[in-house]
Design a protein around this ligand. Sequence first.
Ligand SMILES: NC(=O)c1ccc[n+]([C@@H]2O[C@H](COP(=O)([O-])OP(=O)(O)OC[C@H]3O[C@@H](n4cnc5c(N)ncnc54)[C@H](OP(=O)(O)O)[C@@H]3O)[C@@H](O)[C@H]2O)c1
Length: 295
Amino acid sequence: MIIVTGATGKLGRRVVERLLERVPADRVGVSVRDPRKAQDLADRGVRVRQGSFDDPDSLVHAFEGAEQLLLVSLDRAGEECVAGHRTAIDAAVKAGVGRILYTSQMGASHDSHFQSCRDHARTEDLLRATGLPWTALRNGFYTSSALQFLEAARHTGDIALPADGPVTWTGHDDLAEATAVILTDEGRFEGPTPPLTGTATLDFATVAGIAAKVTGRPFTRTVVPDDAFREQMLAHGAPESLADLLLSIFAAARSGEFTAVDPTLAQLIGREPASFGALLERAWAEESPARGTAS
Ligand SMILES: NC(=O)c1ccc[n+]([C@@H]2O[C@H](COP(=O)([O-])OP(=O)(O)OC[C@H]3O[C@@H](n4cnc5c(N)ncnc54)[C@H](OP(=O)(O)O)[C@@H]3O)[C@@H](O)[C@H]2O)c1
């Protein structure tokens, strides 16, 4: 069986859908916090078990019989994140899982400026130490993260963000499909994969041009000093930890940590990954149909 955690989240859900196109439903299982959110999967023959990263016994039960386990990284940062991953990895060992695949990220490194990339590096160390076969999917930076940064600009027309650097933004759908391909061709990658990326590295000045082309409206790029950005976030009620986490992304981008462009993702899915412009156009059209205009 192939067991997927985080299967009610954005990436995990897409992976399960792509898996169900490739293997019979009775070979797929999910480990989810809230099984009610996965009822439709149960109806289609997927094994649904409750599993929380805060409850080791639930994970051992949810991982039972897994030849492969896709461990979708937690939406947490720092020690809290790594501790959750440690719990899941220990549970996987206890459950006798054959191989663990883990959603790492391009730029994962102990020296990264970005907290999450340091968390991924620590988690990869934990995987290495199990002695089990393992694969770290070095996923490109989500395009959806860029779209979150652009949310205000979408309305104001000004991309007012800290100084950045080029990033190879990558779409959830392409990453999910590549993950399903790797899961159904077991052993294709040992340890970290090459960076699984889109085809273009873009800074926000370039993104302004793409947004203008997609919407037919002008977009400008204003560099906000880090301190001012932090103050703005705190004034809007964001916790300091979140402000620092986001600033660490800009620091990492300025250092060129997310500039890799690699053909592996395209090779896995058998086509060019979706472009940033196409994903931006789709997301903005879906969220406000009246606003969407084709380029
Ligand atoms: N590569 C990148 O650029 C990038 C960017 C941002 C994040 N990430 C990482 O990629 C992961 C997956 O992305 P995504 O878009 O699918 O995020 P997402 O939609 O927020 O999914 C996170 C999943 O984790 C599950 N989860 C959280 N806490 C849990 C717990 N204690 N026990 C069990 N499950 C728990 C959530 O369960 P529920 O469905 O019940 O909420 C959800 O299914 C993120 O969590 C983050 O680690 C990567």
